[in-house]
Design a protein around this ligand. Structure first.
Ligand code: APR
Ligand code: ZN
Length: 228
């Protein structure tokens, strides 16, 4: 999913504003919405995003889209609401899961879902920071745990959507090891420890399921993606 045209993508998510307010600025170019775009002097058209209702010059929001990954998703620069599906650049691999009878601390009697991610090192593609260079993959398979509760199963479904959209891992420098050109977690926290929370990556953590749901939402993965 790449190189979708700005004009086509934008049309799905905006309405044209008939009479733009003359006391509001376009937050992309900082010119008045009622004046010409500071980015493209010939543009006076104003677009309003459908869900969050923020407004921008047509050429400003289209230029913003075109400078990004062009995968068909648009993020409102004002409030960060995501339109369409945002994709990441996680290298190829496997996500598997199964249940275990034991429960993680804080969820007595629930049982546990264990997720296993497997990724191997390889050569970076055009979507990665250093195309053509090698990348490493340390600590795989990585094991992660969720309580097998109703909320835990919902988070599992969201994590599967995130994996399918290549959002779970990325390639960069590891904060933990300092190594560059390596596979790292990508802002969606996983519990990789079972019984102790000395690293903050284990249980008990009563806020974990709520927090990871919010992190998923930042990437555009929400309940509406799993409610079929
Ligand atoms: N478990 C889960 N998440 C972690 C861990 C961990 N042990 N260590 C760091 N993170 C989180 C960080 O809080 C940060 O949000 O991953 C994000 C990226 O941190 P990096 O250190 O850059 O990521 P990475 O190199 O992938 O992780 C290091 O995580 O799963 C383990 O085996 C892995 O020991 C390695 C560690
Ligand atoms: Zn503008």
């Amino acid at each position: 999913k790449q190189n979708l045209e700005a004009g086509d993508v934008m049309k799905k998510y905006v309405v044209k504003v008939k009479s733009p307010p003359n006391d509001e600025d376009c937050c992309i170019c900082m010119s008045r919405l009622s004046a010409n775009s500071g980015y493209d002097d010939s543009c006076t058209t104003v677009y309003q995003l459908k869900k969050c209702t923020h407004m921008f010059h047509k050429s400003c929001i289209e230029a913003m889209y075109s400078s990004g990954s062009k995968d068909g998703h648009v993020q409102c620069p004002t409030c960060k609401t995501i339109y369409g599906e945002k994709y990441g650049n996680c290298p190829p691999g496997k996500m598997e899961f199964h249940t275990l009878p034991q429960s993680v601390p804080g969820y007595p009697g629930s049982g546990t879902i264990r997720i296993i991610y497997s990724i191997h090192g390889g050569i970076q593609g055009p979507e990665h920071p250093h195309p053509g260079q090698a990348f490493s993959a340390r600590g795989f398979p990585r094991h992660c745990y969720l309580p097998d509760s109703e909320e835990g199963r919902k988070v599992l479904k969201l994590l599967i959507v995130a994996w399918e959209r290549r959002l779970t891992f990325t390639i960069g420098s590891s904060t933990t090891t300092g190594e560059g050109n390596t596979v790292t977690w990508n802002e969606i926290h996983h519990k990789t420890e079972w019984g102790s929370n000395s690293t903050a990556h284990g249980y008990p953590d009563p806020n974990y399921l709520t927090n990871v749901s919010m992190e998923l939402a930042v990437h555009g993965v929400t309940e509406s993606d799993i409610s079929e």
